[in-house]
Design a protein around this ligand. Structure first.
Ligand code: NAD
Length: 494
């Protein structure tokens, strides 16, 4: 990827996008569309179908028909693997096109988007494709006259509801294991970042995934997402997004067919710096990157800096210096460290969070403002707010923007108490050169992932899931397969 090839396609016309149902592009049943606005400059890029509940019903029916006739689940596993690998290859071949399309849609800086979106989605699909002919059933340790077997069966129809920050990466975390096991799937992309998910679904058809196995229905969460989650014919919902929507999905399940609902929700992740950290300059840079990349629109963003009293002053200064190197700019320039905020709505929420923090006594050390408004796009400075105490809103509530709070602690016990003083439990970071302390912290912190002397970067080989109000299941790794399979026991008298 180089700048000239990005520039060559950055203004390419984008056709109107429709749903993909039963292998065909289908407009909304009432012909309605939604504008797609680019956060880069506020211009209209194209339109997507504004789906109706009927559209969702028809996609679910198409997925069910494909599952029942077995066109995918009964394909020999090694053949399914080949198709999934071919799909991953096609995504890689189209990586530049997909990265530019995605950045125009959601505003992430291209250098990150290229790796984190098409390339990571391809790697994930390849990883799960590889499992198709490696998952065995079990034979139970029964008495001699009995044969007890455990079969792994696909659940049937999976509904995947995806957020806008990394639609391809997060989409692949759900689509990969669901398809590897032979399920059919209906994907509901986020309103403000639908285009790349539709595009990779077209590539899936080209790769040989049969019609109806992978369907995409665009539109508003409150309409098509709700219709999916209320359906009597969806077996599992796999969701990533906000806690509010997660709560609704559990309700929809209770009101319909008790489908399983897996939730990957938000976070307020602590990034903890002890004064025995051997390379504080490096830690400061990693802390800045850990919150400001993709403008803080990262579920595991280290948004609460907890720093030990003795080093607090100098360390926060170093983080601020590192953050100044991460000024936002045109996300389609390779040199840009931080791109745009996904939407005007999100930008305004971020600015509001800063106002609330200040009204509660926080001190803005850096940033706090919208910038580059003259572009028509949505950009915000990296923002650091010092003097935040555990009862402040900024300590408790996720912003999902480039806002870092600073709180100091005296000792390990206080660091643990502050880290766990949250309804969330998604990620954490610990910097120390004391190995025993690192192990104690890993055990003590309530989180799905604890980084030590680094932040971010776990790949598909390890699970990502939250505890507390950060969710109830894990994406990634072989463990994610469990969400999309049923265990069936066979008990035979011999
Ligand atoms: P959101 O909950 O507003 O939307 C997520 C998806 O849910 C979208 O596709 C939306 O259309 C759909 N939706 C909205 N209302 C719905 C309803 N009533 N019924 C069904 N579907 C509905 O979240 P968002 O703003 O897109 O994403 C940001 C959130 O996602 C943050 O909280 C972030 O931390 C979280 N997130 C978590 C992870 C993780 O792995 N834990 C990863 C990325 C983002």
């Amino acid at each position: 990827m180089d700048q000239a090839s990005i520039n060559a396609i950055r203004n390419a016309e984008i056709p109107a996008f429709n749903h993909l149902i039963g292998g065909k592009q289908v407009p909304a049943s009432n012909g309605d569309t939604m504008k797609v606005v680019s956060p880069i400059d506020g211009s209209q890029l194209t339109t997507i179908a504004r789906g109706t509940a009927d559209d969702m019903t028809s996609a679910i029916a198409s997925a069910r028909a494909a599952f029942v006739d077995g066109r995918w689940k009964n394909m020999p596993p090694a053949m399914r693997k080949r198709v999934m690998h071919r799909w991953a290859d096609l995504i890689e071949e189209h990586a530049l096109e997909l990265a530019v399309l995605g950045v125009r849609d959601n505003g992430t800086e291209i250098a990150m988007a290229y790796k984190a979106e098409p390339m990571s989605a391809a790697a994930t699909l390849r990883y799960y494709g590889e499992t198709t002919d490696k998952i065995y059933g079990e034979i139970a340790p029964t008495p001699n006259d009995i044969l007890g077997m455990v079969h792994h069966e696909p659940v049937g129809v999976v509904g995947a509801i995806i957020p806008w920050n990394f639609p391809l990466m997060i989409g692949a975390w759900k689509i990969g294991p669901a398809l590897a096991l032979g399920n059919s799937i209906v994907v509901k992309p986020p309103e403000t970042a639908s285009l790349t998910l539709i595009r990779i679904a077209e590539l899936a058809l080209e790769a040989g995934i049969p019609d109806g196995v992978l369907n995409v229905v665009t539109g508003e969460g409150a309409v098509v997402g709700e219709a999916m989650a209320l359906s009597m014919d969806v077996d599992v919902i796999a969701f990533t997004g906000s806690g509010n929507t997660g709560r609704r999905l559990l309700e929809y399940s209770a009101r319909s067919n008790l489908k399983r609902v897996y939730l990957e929700l938000g976070g307020k992740s602590p990034h903890i710096i002890f004064n025995d950290t051997s390379d504080l300059a490096k830690a400061a840079k990693v802390v800045a990157g850990g919150i400001f990349r993709n403008s803080g629109q990262v579920c595991v963003a280290g948004s609460r800096l907890l720093v030990q009293r003795e080093i607090r002053h100098d360390f926060v200064k170093a983080v601020a210096e590192a953050a100044k190197m991460l000024n936002p700019g045109d996300p389609l320039l390779l040199e840009t460290a931080v791109g745009a905020i996904n939407s005007e709505v999100q930008l305004n929420q971020n600015l509001e969070a800063v106002q609330t923090a200040v009204s509660e006594g926080g001190e803005v050390m850096l940033g706090g403002e919208r910038v580059l408004a003259e572009t028509g796009g949505f950009y915000m400075e990296p923002t650091i707010i010092d003097g935040i105490s555990p009862d402040n809103t900024l300590f408790q509530q996720e912003v999902f923007g480039p806002v870092l709070s600073v709180t100091q602690f005296d000792d390990e016990e206080e660091a643990i108490r502050l880290a766990n003083h949250s309804d969330y439990g998604l990620a954490a970071g610990v910097w120390t050169c004391d190995v025993s302390r690192a192990h104690r912290m890993i055990k003590a912190i309530h989180a799905g992932v604890v980084h030590v002397n680094t932040y971010g970067g776990p790949d598909v080989t390890v699970p990502l899931g939250g505890v507390g109000q950060s969710g109830n299941g894990s994406d990634k790794s072989l463990h994610a397969l469990d969400k999309y399979m049923n265990l069936k026991t066979a008990w035979m008298q011999l």
